[in-house]
Design a protein around this ligand. Structure first.
Ligand code: 5GP
Ligand code: MG
Ligand code: MG
Length: 183
């Protein structure tokens, strides 16, 4: 795997693209079993989940549809505000659908627990979560995540869709930003 220039802004790489894709493939194999004969609706949470959605959806060998939602919980910095606001709502009617929320990361859990309640209230048959990353030490509220990727330390990470001030989403790897970037 080639190293990109922006990767130089990381103090450490947590997961390479190959490691991320292997994890997504193993989650996809489980989802194929759990949703055999069904047609799940994958709900991606913009913008962080764009990369994981693209790779997860293409890895799935069962029919699936995609829809997107944008909510705000973080400002432009690294701290959660605790306030969830819908910036872009779904196009799909959730009635009778088997929904899988696709998320980049669970930190406090506030965004996902809010989203879970919100989508369950729209008549979906089932709502489950796939979160690529999870910070167990940061949890403020407990959220049942059926499909969890990697457990990571309580550090601010970027790459593979995750941003710092809208940057680094296009990094293939996931890593921890070097302190000089903040300064
Ligand atoms: P929560 O509501 O669980 O605290 O945070 C949810 C959202 O905050 C995530 O979907 C993500 O957009 C953002 N977030 C949480 N932790 C991180 C992190 O370490 N790095 C980045 N880039 N975003 C994060
Ligand atoms: Mg997110
Ligand atoms: Mg962000």
């Amino acid at each position: 795997m080639e190293t990109s220039d922006i990767e130089g802004d990381l103090s450490s790489v947590l997961y390479t693209e190959d490691e991320i894709l292997a994890k997504i493939a193993s989650v996809a194999r489980q989802v194929e079993i759990d949703y055999a004969g069904k047609d799940p609706l994958l709900v991606g949470v913009l913008k962080g989940a764009v990369m994981v959605m693209a790779d997860f959806a293409r890895e799935l060998r069962i029919p699936a549809t995609m829809d997107w939602m944008a909510v705000s919980s973080y400002g432009s910095g690294t701290k959660t505000s605790g306030v969830v606001r819908i910036l872009k709502d779904l196009d799909a009617d959730l009635h009778g659908r088997d929904v899988i929320i696709v998320e980049d990361i669970i930190d406090s859990g506030l965004t996902l627990s809010w989203l879970l309640d919100n989508l369950k209230g729209r008549g979906a048959s089932s709502v489950e979560i796939f979160a690529l990353l999870r910070k167990p030490e940061a949890a403020t509220v407990h959220v049942d995540v059926k499909y969890a990727g990697f457990e990571i330390p309580n550090e601010f990470v970027v790459g593979y869709g995750l941003d710092f001030d809208e940057r680094y989403r296009n990094l293939r790897a996931i890593g921890i930003l070097a302190p000089h970037v903040y300064a």
